[in-house]
Design a protein around this ligand. Structure first.
Ligand code: PRP
Ligand code: URA
Ligand code: MG
Length: 209
């Protein structure tokens, strides 16, 4: 599928396996989510444009590349997406941060919006949306709908674990958005949880039940 990248790096694989383990506690879980986001961000930002600037080293003056004009916005889907933000801002500290609050109804599994605040104007920025889980795809699709309604055009979506159903729905709805997936899991269960997955990402990051 064009615009869908499944990560294939042993460090990401190892860290995702640690995330899955039900005995992994909140501290380690949070650190792992941040590290995986950084590794995935490194890959997702590999096409950032650069421009040459002049720098004087202790030896001589040279032309050397720096990240060019394009500004970055990181937009986590609350709550769980928050856990990935620091991994991206470690790479690009000047990034602005927007927030989209969505929760999934436990019965219908439909996403409900409760908050949206994006850097303005969003249209000029490269937007990296973060959410560890892409299950039915409903939350991811709705978040990107909001961003596009606000004028966002250049969007990448980073999720750590996805179900095939979610990838299909997301890609069919937003084929222009580059989707990066840490690991593609088997399927959804009847409660729309990802199998084998890691359980409820938000609860595991924030230590709630
Ligand atoms: O693809 P979907 O079927 O929409 O499911 C994925 C969504 O579910 C989780 O959020 P949740 O509703 O648990 O909110 P939380 O982050 O506040 O826990 C997860 O972080 C995604 O946002
Ligand atoms: O498996 C899942 C599905 C949705 N949200 C989660 O946190 N985990
Ligand atoms: Mg949750």
């Amino acid at each position: 599928m064009e615009n869908v990248t499944i990560m294939d790096h042993p460090l990401i694989k190892h860290k995702i396996s640690r995330l899955r383990d039900e005995t992994t506690g909140t501290n380690e879980f949070r650190a792992l989510v941040e590290e995986i986001a950084m590794l995935m961000g490194y890959e997702a930002l590999s096409d950032l444009p650069t421009e040459e600037v002049e720098v004087k080293t202790p030896i001589e003056t040279c032309k050397t590349p720096v990240i060019a004009g394009r500004k970055l916005a990181v937009v986590p889907i609350l709550r769980a997406g928050l856990g990935m933000v620091s991994g991206i801002t470690a790479l690009v500290p000047t990034a602005k941060i927007g927030h989209i609050g969505l929760y999934r109804d436990e019965v219908t599994h439909e996403p409900h919006e409760y908050y949206c605040k994006l850097p303005d104007p969003i249209s000029e920025r490269l937007i990296v949306v973060t959410d560890p889980m892409l299950a039915t795809g409903g939350s991811g699709v709705e978040a990107v709908d909001f961003i596009k309604q606000h004028g966002g055009k250049n969007i990448k979506f980073l999720c750590i674990i996805a179900a095939p159903e979610g990838v299909k729905r997301f890609h069919e709805t937003h084929p222009d958005v580059q989707l990066y997936v840490g690991c593609l899991d088997r399927e959804l269960n009847k409660d729309a949880y990802i199998c084998p997955g890691l359980g409820d990402a938000g609860d595991r990051i924030f230590g709630t039940k």
